[in-house]
Design a protein around this ligand. Structure first.
Ligand code: CMC
Length: 393
């Protein structure tokens, strides 16, 4: 065919140059725009990290204030878009509801669709950052049959999201500052991770000059899979199952090693990290502190720790350099905060949004960008003649 380079899963193929996120998988290093993830988790905020990823620099105080106000002014959803949620069954998973509503933004906000108009790109950026938490909260409200709350723009992005998720129209809701801070930190940890599956999807869709809303919607769908963002839900389901079966972590590890029924240790392993995922280390610390404060499921945390210990001392995992990834401990925290298991991947999507936007914009601004169009190695028939229906066996 003339095309001989085959790289399933793009294990060794760079699809682009990028100046956004740096990972050293052997050393367990992650940096956004050069800033270590540990420093950002400790000292920054999600809104500031969003600015950093999208615009490349930490904002000045004035820039941050202007950016925050701009985002706060766009949190409302079009009233007709709110009715869109009624079309879904109550028991729908919130991820397809989220991606569908984000895609529908292209229908409701047609004045910000042109990828080549910088003002429109700016407007769609702001709208996405502002509206995604509102959509996420409404997807939750719909699933529990509770009324939607309008956003309160005096609150920060995370506080507003918590209020719209857990609050009621007739009751005052006070946000627990520790929960808000922990959630903000978790969103920072999820904000970007270079050319992962969902980000590559956003770039691929955007490379056809598709608008930002629709490209991000595609990214949300890619994120839903259990090998990617859906792993946080799968981890908790795995822990629940181990608990229900008596809590025998060694037996579970044995099953994984023997690849019995194709069972995997969810929340373990990573394409790039061959060392402890630096995000997982930060999440583990938070799990300890937030669970002791909120009184989460200690037994489940103990099972998770025993599972980690059993895996990290086992030859199967040592030989393959499999360590806990970001999803291993997040679910325990989300559950302690009151989120149902099905909302976990939605929280990942909220965190990853600024990364998707930053990559879509970087791709559009790069003169070297071409439409994404991989080649293949054809393995089918060469040529054969059409057989009339009556002559087929
Ligand atoms: N449990 C058991 N074995 C595993 C696991 C696991 N979690 N992960 C990898 N392996 C084995 C795999 O079977 C293979 O063994 P062998 O050589 O005997 O066939 C070897 O380790 C190499 O794995 P791979 O599947 O070739 O690695 P990959 O880079 O293609 O896949 C991964 C990476 C994340 C999809 C995979 O590690 C996995 O399925 N993990 C569980 C799901 C998960 O936690 N995903 C979240 C990733 S982090 C969040 C994010 O997406 O950003």
């Amino acid at each position: 065919t003339g095309y001989t380079t085959l790289d399933p899963g793009f294990v060794n193929t760079a699809s682009t140059k990028s100046a956004i996120t740096y990972i050293d998988g052997d050393k367990g290093i992650l940096r956004y725009r050069g800033y270590p993830i540990e420093q950002l988790a400790e000292s920054s905020t999600f809104i500031e990290v969003s600015y950093l990823l999208i615009y490349g620099e930490l904002p000045t105080a004035d820039e941050l204030a202007a950016f925050t106000t701009r985002v706060q002014r766009h949190t409302l959803l079009h009233e007709d878009l709110k009715r869109f949620f009624d079309g879904f069954p109550r028991n729908a998973h919130p991820m397809p509801v989220l991606s569908s509503a984000v895609n529908a933004l292209s229908a409701y906000y047609q004045d910000s669709l042109d990828p080549d108009d910088p003002e429109q790109v700016e407007l769609s950026t702001t709208r996405l950052l502002a509206k995604l938490p509102t959509i996420a909260a409404y997807a939750y409200k719909k699933s529990v049959g509770q009324p939607f709350l309008y956003p309160d723009n005096s609150l920060s992005l995370v506080e507003n999201f918590l209020r719209m998720t857990f609050g009621f129209p007739a009751e005052p809701y006070s946000v627990d500052p520790e929960i808000a801070k922990a959630l903000d930190m978790l969103l920072i940890l999820h904000a970007d991770h270079e050319q992962n599956c969902s980000t590559s999807t956003v770039r691929m869709v955007g490379s056809s000059d598709a608008n930002l809303f629709t490209s991000v919607s595609a990214g949300i769908n890619a994120l839903w899979g259990p090998l990617h963002g859906g792993a946080n839900q799968a981890v908790l389901e795995m822990l629940d199952e181990i608990k229900a079966n008596g809590g025998d972590t060694k037996e579970f590890v044995r099953k994984v090693k023997n690849k019995e029924d194709g069972v995997k240790l969810m929340g373990f392993g990573h394409r790039v990290y061959r060392n402890y995922d630096p995000r997982a280390a930060l999440v583990k610390q938070t799990a300890d502190s937030i669970l002791s404060k909120l009184g989460g499921d200690d037994e489940l945390l103990d099972i998770a720790k025993a599972l980690e210990e059993a895996a990290l001392t086992d030859d199967y995992f040592i030989e393959r350099k499999l360590y806990p990834n970001v999803d291993f401990y997040t679910g325990l925290i989300y559950r302690a905060m009151g989120f149902p298991t099905r909302m976990f991947t939605v929280l990942f999507a909220m965190g990853r949004l600024p990364g998707w936007i930053a990559h879509w914009r970087e791709m559009h601004e790069d003169p070297a960008t071409k439409i994404g169009r991989p080649r293949q190695i054809y393995t089918g028939y060469t040529e054969r003649n059409y057989v009339e229906l009556g002559n087929r066996k």
